[in-house]
Design a protein around this ligand. Sequence first.
Ligand code: NAP
Length: 286
Amino acid sequence: MAILLDGKIISANVKSEVAQEVTRMKAKGITPGLAVIIVGDDPASRTYVNNKKKVCAEAGVYSEEIALPADTPQDQLISLIVSLNNRSDINGILCQLPLPPHIDDKAVIAAISPVKDVDAFHAANVGHIMIGDYTFLPCTPAGVMEMIHSAGVTVEGKNCVVIGRSNIVGKPMAMMLLHENGTVTICHSKTKNIKEICKNADILVSAVGIAKFVTPDMVKPGAVVIDVGMNRDENNKLCGDVDTAAVSEVAGYISPVPGGVGLMTTAMLLKNTVTAAKMQNAFIEN
Ligand code: NAP
C-alpha cells in the first residue's frame, strides 16, 4: 500500500516556515504584500482566491483583493497592474486565470513586473527557470518538488515522467525534475505508448485534467505518483487524474486529491511572496 503524501501536513510545514520568516521581517518593519486580481465571477477562481487570502492572513502576509467585473477592458486591467507594479507595499501580483475571453492572458502576464511575478509565468522568469538561475518557481510544480523532497526521495538518476505540457504545470515541472538530474520524459495528447512510458517511471507526475486517467497498469511498483489534476467525477466530487484507490495498491508514494498538490500550490505562493518582499527590500537577516 502506497505511503500518502499528505498535502495538509507538508503544506503546513511550508506555511509555518513562511510565518516565522514574516515575523522576522515584520520586526524590521517589512510586511510582505500580495495583490490578487480576479476578473469575473468564475466559481472555481473565487474559491482559489479566497484560499489564497486565507493563507496570507494566517501567515501574516498582507493581501489585497481587486475584484473586477467580467467585462473589464484589457487596457483597464493592464493600467491596474502598472499601478500595482509601482506600489512599494505590494511585493507580489497575481492575476487569477483563466481570464474572460476578450482579455489576452499573455499581455496581462507580460505587464506584471518580473520581480513581482509570484506565479513565475512572465517570460523573463520562465527564461530564468530554463537556464537554472531563478528567484521564483511556479507554485504548482514547486509544490510537487516539495512533496517529493518531503518523502526523502531523490530525483537524481530517476526516470521521471510528466503527463501534460502546459506552460504553467507540465513544462516547468519537467524542467525542475531535470535540474535535479532526473531523466525526464514529457507525455501529451499526441504521445504514443503512454502506458509503457509511464510504467517505466520512478516518479510519475500527472497534469492532464482527466479523471481516472492514470490507472494501475501504468504505474511501476513502488513509484512516486503525484496527482496535479483537479477534476470532477461522475458525482461532481473533486478528484485528480489518478485512480487513487487502485494505484495505491501499486505505487510506493501517492498524493491525494483533494488534500494534495492544491494545498502545496497556495503554500508556495506565500513562499514566493516572501521571497519577493525580501528581494525588493534587500532584506538581510543578522
Ligand atoms: P492544460 O493546459 O489543459 O494541459 C493539459 C495537458 O494534458 C496538455 O499538455 C495535454 O496535451 C495533455 N493531455 C490531454 N489529454 C491527454 C491524453 N489523452 N493523453 C496525454 N496527455 C493529454 O492543463 P493544466 O493547466 O496543465 O492543468 C492540468 C490539470 O492540473 C487540470 O486538471 C488543472 O485543473 C490542474 N491544476 C491543478 C493545480 C493545483 O494547484 N493542484 C494547478 C494548476 C492546474 P496537449 O498539449 O497535446 O494538448
